[in-house]
Design a protein around this ligand. Structure first.
Ligand SMILES: [Zn+2]
Ligand SMILES: [Zn+2]
Ligand SMILES: [Zn+2]
Length: 488
């Protein structure tokens, strides 16, 4: 049950403007009462840094979510409903519970145990606001985006807004591979463990960096890790084997278990009935101390057999597949993709980048400066163009889906006809692209863009409204203030 404590001595905590939280908070309690509502209302009225928070009853409006829980199970159920909706996957979320449930730390932004102190709430909202501020920087994802790309970008944006965030595997014997990533499971709304292949593909696209934390053996027939490794007789494969000292009688060459020789305190050979007195003289003890009860085979190393407890398959250990279990952090490429809302290598921007090679913003800015100096001094023409391919991306999405390899090839060919390798490219957040067309005047640049649209129309039968602006770099009258601003 929620209790609330007003801070007594420590009300003088300095109030930094960065920690000031603003926006609508959505409240949800496990038990139907208005304690949480009254609590948050009181908090807002008494804490200067929280004065700009409001309480909303409309979930899609929420910029913060607070769950007031009695049981962990309810939190999981609620998180399942909330986080599997892409609108709410990124929303900063606080849980107030009976205790600080540790299993929730990966899937929530904070867990506080009741009674909650006013200062703790102020501090938590400072952290949640930082997440919200980062989310506000991001543009909405394009509507045309496919579900799988959307999930990738949502995961990357989760990392982006909560940097540094480590995605660690959690042990779970119910999962196929024995581990799960609960956050990704919530995002994809899948059964435990099925998110691993999704993560592997995001990692393969170099959007995540991975660190190996475990290796699990996987049944080659059903992909589960619930394998029983048993020692068996290498001759008849019986499980019925045990260890017993082995005795080799030199005189008659009989080899048997020690128990066969034992007669009271003496050792008597069961074959030739002679007494064995001195080890090394009459007999020795070979290292083959394993005995099969079924075929009486004597050996030193048992064989290993795998029995899958899920599908009952029996196979040799060399047939078991080994799967790495990794923890993940966002890579530089992933960070950039999260910021731009565009996955590299996907869509026309990806092809463009691959075909032409893009410069980093700061390097591009340096080239631009040199080009302007060169053009104004020698009066040679050069043009800077800014254009955006997101319209093309949307228009061409369907073509791309149908036959992505052919599309890539065709689009790359058009790119090759339109641009020269001596042109210089960079891309800005929001999908804008800047190009320096060296030795080209503005009229020729416009013809190049016209040709690009025509070629796309011819090849893909898509009418394209390419938006672009051109700037004459040889003219001192050209104002590039906006461009410099975007390149910062
Ligand atoms: Zn045997
Ligand atoms: Zn003997
Ligand atoms: Zn199996």
């Amino acid at each position: 049950m929620l209790e609330y404590k007003i801070a007594t001595q420590d009300t003088a905590t300095p109030v930094s403007s960065a920690a000031r939280a603003k926006g609508p908070v959505f409240l949800l309690s496990e038990t139907e009462n208005d304690v949480l509502y009254l609590f948050v209302k009181k908090l807002i009225s008494e804490s200067p840094t929280l004065a700009n928070l409001t309480i909303t009853t409309i979930l899609p409006e929420a910029e913060f979510i607070i769950l007031n829980a009695n049981t962990e199970q309810w939190v999981w159920q609620t998180l399942h409903d909330l986080r599997s909706e892409s609108e709410h996957f990124l929303t900063p979320l606080l849980v107030i519970g009976e205790t600080e449930w540790e299993s929730l730390s990966d899937v929530t932004d904070a867990v506080l145990s009741s009674p909650v102190r006013q200062n703790d709430m102020v501090e938590i909202f400072g952290q949640l606001s930082q997440i919200q501020n980062r989310l506000r920087q991001l543009e909405a994802l394009p509507k045309s985006i496919g579900q799988s790309s959307k999930n990738r970008l949502l995961l990357l944006r989760y990392f982006f807004s909560r940097d540094p965030q480590l995605l660690s595997p959690q042990r779970n014997y119910r999962a196929k591979a024995g581990y799960t990533y609960p956050l990704v499971q919530l995002l994809l709304n899948t059964r435990a463990g099925e998110e691993i292949s999704f993560l592997a593909s995001v990692h393969e696209a170099q959007l995540l960096n991975a660190k190996l934390v475990d290796k699990v053996n996987i049944c080659p027939h059903c992909d589960h890790t619930q394998i029983n490794f048993r020692e068996i007789c290498p001759k008849c494969a019986s499980l019925n084997i045990n260890e017993e000292t082995t005795i080799h009688h030199f005189r008659c060459a009989y080899i048997g278990r020690e128990s066969e020789y034992k007669l009271g305190m003496k050792l008597i050979c069961p074959k030739c009935s002679k007494e064995l007195r001195h080890i090394g003289v009459d007999y020795d003890k070979p290292s083959e101390v394993m005995w099969c009860q079924d075929c009486n085979h004597n050996f030193s190393e048992p064989a290993l057999s795998c029995f899958c407890l899920v599908c009952a398959a029996v196979f040799g250990p060399e047939e078991a597949q080994i799967r790495p279990i990794q923890e993940f952090v966002i890579s530089e490429t992933g960070y950039r993709a999260a910021e731009e809302g565009v996955l590299p290598g996907s869509g026309v921007l990806g092809i463009l980048k691959k075909e032409l090679g893009f410069y980093k913003n700061e390097v591009f800015a340096e080239y631009l400066r040199l080009e302007i100096a060169r053009c104004t001094r020698y009066k040679t023409p050069s043009t800077l163009a800014r254009f955006n391919l997101s319209a093309a991306n949307e228009a061409l999405a369907e073509k791309q889906l149908k036959n992505s390899r052919k599309f890539k090839k065709d689009f790359a060919a058009i790119i090759g006809q339109t641009f020269r390798t001596s042109d210089m490219f960079t891309d800005l957040s929001g999908g804008d692209i800047l190009i320096i067309f060296t030795h080209t005047d503005t009229a020729s640049t416009q013809i190049a863009f016209k040709r690009l649209a025509e070629n796309i129309h011819k090849r893909f039968n898509v009418e394209l409204k390419l938006k672009y602006e051109v700037f004459d770099l040889s003219s001192t009258a050209t104002n590039l203030d906006n461009i410099w601003e975007t390149l910062k």
